[in-house]
Ligand binder design. Structure first.
Ligand code: GLU
Length: 298
């Protein structure tokens, strides 16, 4: 269960008028962990005299469904939250993400990657690493750089032949193009130094989706004028890469507040796959919104 959350210790550090957002992916019904995240974001905006936004991170059409998007708004309204409209729906803005990728590509900071998961595992094994000991970053094992070493003619031939490919950030080139002293402001902790290299050559556009979480989240936080990014502490390591993307693309730097994760009775983080009780199920079982806010840690 949650440690009862409090925003009090963050208040002295809160940017006045902070603009926050809750940015779920509509891949299922919301559970208590989502309620905790949404209430955290909305609570900080309210305390700052700021604004609270909602964004649907639905670029993965194979996992996201419109009925879950509708259910998110129903559940949040039932919890007593109000957000500014319009809601940003990422799947409607793919050309904007493509344009941002194009800017990085024009500076030689991304390259096409044709590898399958299997190719990457084989390459890691060939480099002499046992899978569990291979160098790893926030998104899993670090990409060994196979396709970074392809010569341009080979890349062009494979693309011309229609080979599916992702786009990866050339981390070494990106670091060389960005200020060396990147950091971020974590509320209550002060300035933390960034180490974006821990993400390796991160995927910025996937094979099946021509964008990725890292690209879309930084793009949209800038576009929507989000000045305080709130999210679970599980995403804190991604912030290092996000600050790098912001620096490369000339986007403003928000402050960050990463909250703890609600755990189930077994002490493990709540997740859909654990059949965490959904807000809808709690509501249908007769629990009131105030009670569910309390269950969500508030
Ligand atoms: N869409 C992400 C999620 O569902 C949250 C992204 C963020 O807040 O940066 O976990």
């Amino acid at each position: 269960m949650p440690a009862t959350a409090s925003l009090r210790h963050l208040l002295p550090d809160l940017p006045p008028g902070a603009v926050t957002r809750f940015a779920p992916s509509p891949t299922g019904l919301l559970h208590l962990g989502h309620a905790h995240a949404a209430l955290f974001a909305a609570g900080l905006a309210e305390a700052a005299g700021g604004r609270f936004l909602l964004r649907l991170e639905d670029i993965d059409a194979t996992r996201c469904r419109p009925e879950f998007a509708a259910a998110i708004e129903t559940d949040l309204a039932w919890l007593g939250l109000a957000w500014e409209r319009p809601v940003r729906v990422q799947s409607r803005h793919m050309p904007a993400y493509r344009a941002a990728l194009g800017r990085l590509a024009a500076r030689g900071l991304v390259y096409p990657c044709f590898c399958t998961r299997g190719d990457i595992q084989r390459e890691i094994a060939a480099a002499g690493h046992a899978p569990h000991l291979a160098p790893s970053g926030p998104d899993g094992p670090l990409y060994p750089g196979t396709c970074r070493r392809l010569v341009p003619a080979e890349r062009e031939a494979r693309i011309a032949a229609g080979a599916p490919h992702a786009l990866r950030l050339d981390m070494a080139a990106a670091l060389a193009a960005a200020p060396a002293d990147l950091s971020f402001h974590e509320l209550g902790e002060g300035r933390l130094r960034c180490d974006p290299a821990q993400s390796g050559d991160a995927v910025l556009a996937r094979k099946e989706v021509p964008a990725s979480y890292h690209l879309c989240v930084t793009h949209d936080d800038a576009l929507q004028g989000v000045t305080l990014v709130t999210r679970g502490v599980d995403l804190k390591p991604a912030t290092h890469l996000h600050r790098l993307l912001q620096a490369l693309l000339g986007w403003p730097e928000p402050a960050y507040a990463h909250h703890g994760l609600i755990t189930g009775p077994d002490g493990r983080r709540l997740a859909k796959r654990d059949r965490a009780p959904t807000l809808r199920a709690l509501r249908e079982a007769g629990h009131g919104a105030a009670e569910v806010r309390r269950l969500a840690g508030w």
